[in-house]
Design a protein around this ligand. Structure first.
Ligand SMILES: N[C@@H](CCC(=O)N[C@@H](CS)C(=O)NCC(=O)O)C(=O)O
Length: 325
C-alpha cells in the first residue's frame, strides 16, 4: 500500500495522525470525460467516444471498480472497452499484475505494477495509485480515475456503439439519485472504510453509528419499493450493491461493522439477492478476490493475514422482490 510522490513510489499506509484517527479518502485527481452528455467541470477535457480506444483497469476486490465492471456489462460495452484486472493482493508495491495471484496481467504494456501506468500518464505523478482507471490507448493517458464518473461515462458516452438503451441516470430522477448517492457514499460506501481504518475509538464509533442509521433507513425504504428511487433500477442501486455484497463476508468482521449483518435485514438482504441475480452480475463478483484482498493486504488490521473460510451465504436463494414490479 502506498503512493507516488513526484513520480517515485513510496510504501505508506494511510495517515490518520493529522485527522484525530479519522480516515479521510483522497479525492480522485483525474476527472476528464468521454462523450457529450452532462455538464462537466469546466477544466475537464472531453475525449471522443470511439470503439476499442479505451481500456479499464480494475480490481475484482474493489467496490469502486466493481461499479464500473457492472455498468460496462449492463451497457454491453465488453467489445468497446477492454479490461485488465490487478491481483487481489496489494502489499508494498501497491496493486500488481501478478498472474499467479489471479491478475489477468497488464494486456497493454505488460507492466508489473499499476504505479508504472500512473507514471506513464505523468512521470511526476503525485497521489495514491487507485483502481478503477479509464485509460486512453491512443494518447496514452488516464482519462478518469473516479468510479462515480466512469459509470456515468459508460451510461451514455458510448451509446452510438451499443444496443443497450438502459439509462441508469435518467433526467427525471437525477436530483433524487444525487441525494441518495450523497448519503450512501458518506455513511455506507466510504462509511465502512471510515469505521475500518479509524485509529481512535471515537472516530470508529462515529462512523459505525452513521452507517447503521443509514442501513436502518434503507431497510425501511426498501420495505415499500423494489429499488432505491422507486421501481426503476438506477446507478444509485449499483453504488450501494457493491458495498452490500462485501458486507457480511468482509466489513462485518474485518472493519468491525458488526451491529448486524445484511442477512439480518429482511428487505435489504432480499434486495441484495435481487440485484445479484440479474444475469451478468455474478460474473462481475469475485468473493475470493474480495476476501483475499482485504484480509491479506491490510496487515495493520489483520497482522496474521489469515483469510477466514466463512461465511457461507447463498446469494442465489429466491427473493421476494418481484412483488413490487
Ligand atoms: N474515489 C475513488 C476511490 C478508488 C479507491 O480508493 N480504490 C481503492 C481500491 S478499493 C484503491 O485503489 N486503493 C489504493 C490506495 O488507496 O492506495 C473511486 O471511486 O474511483
Amino acid at each position: 500500500m502506498g503512493l507516488l510522490v513526484d513520480g517515485k513510489w513510496q510504501d505508506k499506509w494511510y495517515d490518520t495522525d493529522s485527522t484525530d484517527g479519522e480516515f479521510v479518502r483522497e479525492d480522485s485527481r483525474i476527472r476528464n470525460w468521454i462523450g457529450t452528455e452532462y455538464t462537466i467541470p469546466h477544466n475537464a477535457i472531453r475525449f471522443p467516444a470511439r470503439k476499442d480506444r479505451y481500456h479499464l483497469y480494475v480490481s475484482y476486490a474493489c467496490p469502486w471498480a466493481h461499479r464500473t465492471l457492472i455498468v460496462r456489462m449492463q451497457k454491453q460495452l465488453e467489445k468497446i472497452v477492454s479490461i485488465s484486472a490487478v491481483s487481489p493482493i496489494m502489499l508494498e508495491h501497491g496493486w500488481t499484475f501478478n498472474k499467479s495471484e489471479g491478475s489477468t496481467g497488464d494486456s497493454l504494456y505488460g507492466y508489473e505494477y499499476l504505479h508504472q501506468l500512473y507514471n506513464r500518464h505523468d512521470d511526476e505523478y503525485t497521489g495514491r495509485v487507485t483502481v478503477p482507471v479509464l485509460w486512453d490507448k491512443q494518447t496514452e493517458q488516464i482519462v478518469n480515475n473516479e468510479s462515480a464518473d466512469i459509470i456515468r461515462i459508460f451510461n451514455c458516452g458510448f451509446d452510438e456503439f451499443t444496443n443497450s438503451r438502459v439509462d441508469l441516470y435518467p433526467e427525471v430522477l437525477r436530483e433524487t439519485i444525487d441525494e441518495i448517492n450523497e448519503r450512501i457514499y458518506t455513511t455506507v460506501n466510504n462509511g465502512v472504510y471510515r469505521a475500518g481504518f479509524a485509529t481512535t475509538q471515537r472516530a470508529y464509533e462515529c462512523a459505525f453509528v452513521k452507517l447503521f442509521d443509514t442501513l436502518d433507513w434503507l431497510e425501511e425504504s426498501l420495505s415499500t419499493q423494489r429499488f432505491l428511487t422507486g421501481n426503476r433500477l438506477t446507478e444509485a442501486d449499483w453504488r450501494l450493491f457493491t458495498t452490500l455484497i462485501r458486507f457480511d463476508t468482509v466489513y462485518y468482521s474485518h472493519f468491525k461493522t458488526n451491529r448486524r449483518r445484511i442477512e439480518d435485514y429482511p428487505h435489504l438482504s432480499n434486495y441484495l439477492r435481487d440485484l445479484y441475480q440479474i444475469d451478468f452480475v455474478a460474473s462481475t463478483t469475485n468473493l475470493l478476490h474480495i476476501k483475499q484482498h482485504y484480509y491479506f493486504s491490510h496487515k495493520t488490521i489483520n497482522p496474521t493475514q489469515i483469510i477466514p473460510l466463512g461465511p457461507d451465504i447463498d446469494y442465489d436463494k429466491p427473493h421476494n422482490r418481484e412483488k413490487f414490479a
